[in-house]
Design a protein around this ligand. Structure first.
Ligand code: C5P
Length: 202
């Protein structure tokens, strides 16, 4: 039976970790939809037309998730994500994943609003901009990416602004999403709160 958990929110809100942990807890498959846009963004940086890249995307393109996590690729991702033809090319794959048998967790910006408005459980994960930048900075530093906190803060704010302002599938909570502000929560508390939301929805 299909059961979809939609997890949306701005950059570095904690939605990725929460989604992975929800998937493990419920035994569901997990799709980080940001990786699709990151893979298209990377190909654009390499000179490929983004719409062509989106239409031809294969699982190998998202296999090396670490290489897709750089800030340059993140910025390129948010640029290609504003292109309606890119979004359209990635729609069917995400919808099919969402409705697969056995349950699915998808995280992104438009899962509860556009990809899967009928999702059984919806979360909108937020945290203050400063806390999100600090978390992302620590994550990038741990993976050996060279950057500064100020640079990460600029990066997060620029992506949020672009993701919220675009006309096609902007970042915004679905009317029926449960808001989860993780500013004051550690990851264990955030995961526990998310599990609680899903249990109440099911
Ligand atoms: O989630 P992540 O930060 O990896 O996403 C990278 C970029 O991909 C975002 O800044 C956003 O522009 C885009 N994105 C999107 N819709 C999604 C997931 C990601 O537009 N469902």
């Amino acid at each position: 039976m299909a059961f979809t958990i939609a997890v949306d929110g701005p950059a570095a809100s904690g939605k990725g970790t929460i989604s992975r942990r929800l998937a493990a807890h419920f035994g569901f498959a997990h799709l980080d939809t940001g990786l699709l846009y990151r893979a298209v963004g990377r190909q654009m940086l390499e000179g490929t037309d983004p719409v062509t890249a989106a239409r031809a995307l294969t699982p190998e393109d998202v296999a090396d998730a670490d290489a897709l996590r750089s800030q340059a690729v993140g910025q390129a991702a948010s640029k290609v994500a504003a292109m309606p033809d890119v979004r359209a090319a990635l729609l069917d794959f995400q919808r099919a994943f969402a409705r697969r048998a056995g349950g699915a967790v998808l995280d992104g910006r438009d899962i509860g609003t556009v990809i899967c408005p009928e999702a059984e459980a919806k979360l909108f994960v937020t945290a203050s901009t400063e806390v999100r930048a600090e978390r992302r900075f620590r994550e990038l530093a741990a993976k050996g990416h060279e950057t500064t906190l100020a640079e990460v803060l600029d990066d997060v704010m620029a992506r949020d602004a672009r993701d919220s302002a675009r006309s096609d599938a902007p970042l915004k909570p679905a009317p029926d999403a449960v808001a989860l502000d993780t500013t004051q929560m550690d990851i264990e508390a955030a995961v526990a709160a998310a599990i609680d939301v899903v249990q109440k929805a099911g």
